[in-house]
Design a protein around this ligand. Structure first.
Ligand code: FES
Length: 163
């Protein structure tokens, strides 16, 4: 049985065991690292490389609000996506004014936070539908809207009111 197990699963300290630990599969996999239930931030290494902004640390938001980003992490004309409490939210900096809306495009579920910001409108990267980040409305058809979140700026932090 030991030989069969070794052939199928590899050595306990071997390459396959390491891959199982890293990707979370198999009986010998280590428990995944704890994830904050409040803000699941991008990995610090990604933030250090400038790939994704990292939320500020050591800030206590008022009731209902979550600190999501440092103001400097989102330059004017940019939009990004964040995950707060398991909800994907698109945060946009429209000429210095911060806005937040659902990250899910009503057309077919495209990730708005991965789209582009043109003035006050975020453009979905999948098929180009646009939504005004100040109103949530689609300019071409205002009956189609995305849900917006209340944003507060305190110091250098961007805070979002969760429902
Ligand atoms: S999914 Fe957004 S435009 Fe199609």
């Amino acid at each position: 049985m030991g030989l069969l197990r070794s052939l199928l699963l590899g050595r306990p300290d071997g390459l396959r065991a390491g891959q199982r630990r890293r990707f979370g599969g198999g009986a010998t996999a280590a428990a995944p690292p704890p994830v904050s239930p409040v803000v699941a931030a991008p990995a610090p290494a990604e933030a250090a490389l400038g790939l994704k902004p990292e939320p500020p640390r050591g800030v206590t938001p008022p009731d209902g609000f979550e600190v999501v980003l440092h103001k400097d992490a989102l330059k004017p004309g940019k939009v990004t996506e964040i995950i707060v409490g398991g909800t994907a939210i698109a945060v946009a900096n429209a000429d210095g004014a911060f806005h937040a809306c659902t990250n899910v495009c009503p057309h077919a579920g495209g990730p708005l936070g991965e789209g582009f910001l043109d003035g006050d409108c975020v453009e979905c990267p999948w098929h180009g539908w646009r939504y005004n980040v100040k109103t949530g409305e689609r300019p071409e058809n205002p009956e189609i809207k995305v849900d917006r979140y209340e944003v507060h700026i305190e110091g250098d932090t961007i805070k979002i009111l969760l429902p």
